[in-house]
Design a protein around this ligand. Sequence first.
Ligand SMILES: Nc1ncnc2c1ncn2[C@@H]1O[C@H](COP(=O)(O)OP(=O)(O)OP(=O)(O)O)[C@@H](O)[C@H]1O
Ligand SMILES: [Mg+2]
Length: 483
Amino acid sequence: MEFVGQIVSGAFGEILARQKSGEELEIGELLACDEPNGIQLLQVYDLEYGSQIQPETIELMSGLRLEGKGEKTSFFEEELRHYVLAKVKGLVTVRGGKAVSTKTLPKFFNGLRRIRDADLSFLDKPEKPLFLGRLRSGSKAIDKRIELDGEKVLSHHVLVPATTGRGKSNLVKVMLYELLDKDYCGVLVMDPHNEYHKSLKKHAKAGEWLKSYSPNPEGGQVSLRVNYAALKPWHFNGVMPFSEAQQQTLHLAYKTWEKDWITRLLAGDSLGDKVQDVTLNVLQRKLGLILDGRVFVKNGSETIVDDVTGHLLDSKKVVIDTSRLGSEAELLVASVFTNALFNRRKAAQTDKPVVSIVLEEAPRVLSEAAGANVFSSIAREGRKFGVGLIAITQLASLIPREVLANLNTKIILGNEMKQEREALIASASQDLSTDDKAIAALDKGEAIVSSVFSRFAVPISIPLFEEHASAAAASAPARKAFV
Ligand SMILES: Nc1ncnc2c1ncn2[C@@H]1O[C@H](COP(=O)(O)OP(=O)(O)OP(=O)(O)O)[C@@H](O)[C@H]1O
Ligand SMILES: [Mg+2]
């Protein structure tokens, strides 16, 4: 048996194994330990030196070498006396081809080997797959597709946290590309950098499954125009802060003028003595700032909200190009569509197909400061109605803990900020307390998936979108994957 290490001491979750000389174990590496009734899969989470020689002797020897008084001095049987100790933890136990939680220690002094294809036969393809990447051992990708149950994962929300440039958008593009022609889910994508539409239109079935809206429509895109009459006072929640008096005025205007409320407010019409002029003026100015004339219009485009929600309930992938809009106008558009969708869903007797909403810089609406809004309601109770979020962020720590805990799948990419890693580890579905270093060391495209729908925190390697799309276009191989 080709052992790379041997268990020498430790405790549950912190087993110490000696590395075989000539082998090089990596942080994050997956190892296997054969047991009489199955296989334990383990993962290296830390490495340190071990030695049989007293530290004073080692220091003296290095002094002799460094000071030129014995360059040739060496230890007798060096590879036996000095070694690397790997700290490993059990990830999952495979018994009769099924994955079960690890609850025992592997046999003392047992050998550890690298994982083989046959160890991973328990990773099978769910009926409604959501592809995330390939299994990763340390920095090596293994040719095993990692797919979770998409219906469950999407309705229970996904968080994609990472420092800038670590591959959040790339991951979401890969996920959406694979989801594009799946009829079990609709996706609304707010696209502030006009990157998702450019990428997804490369899909062979984009003509049928992708719907794209833009203020400046090009080839196949639909004009993004929202009629004032589609706006409701509560659509502004989480989008722009209003004082108590301003809030009340918005509601009074809506009650008084109904679908003309925005037009009349902008025109400076009076609401009677109950509202001070100064309040009206401030509101007029704030609304003027947010209601970008390229998108929000007094006349026309009465059906866009029904059209978009209809597409979503029809499992289409709808991308909204907001690249030329301000952050607030983008959020308002998202809020209008999401409110309409959520209301239709609440009124309907079904939670299928699941609809997911992709939002960049999600703390804009999910942080404490954003207050209650449709997105935070979805984070709390969307799953009951089959509506979920894919929340992308550099700053997960701004999202309150109870909301973070509700985002049941976290695809954690590299992050050098300790505070961010702490927030993620504290809210993960598996115990990631020993993975702080591994998360800090994740390279572009490497991630750890912590999900209530997975037996263990799965290390994955995400393909570069461009390569993935060309490979997918070139072939449609038989695939195996994972529950
Ligand atoms: N899986 C990957 N494999 C190889 N390279 C990658 C991968 N993911 C991302 N990259 C590289 O990193 C660059 C940045 O990736 P991406 O735009 O996805 O990062 P991001 O996290 O979305 O950044 P931002 O916070 O700026 O939005 C990409 O242009 C690509 O070159
Ligand atoms: Mg990005």
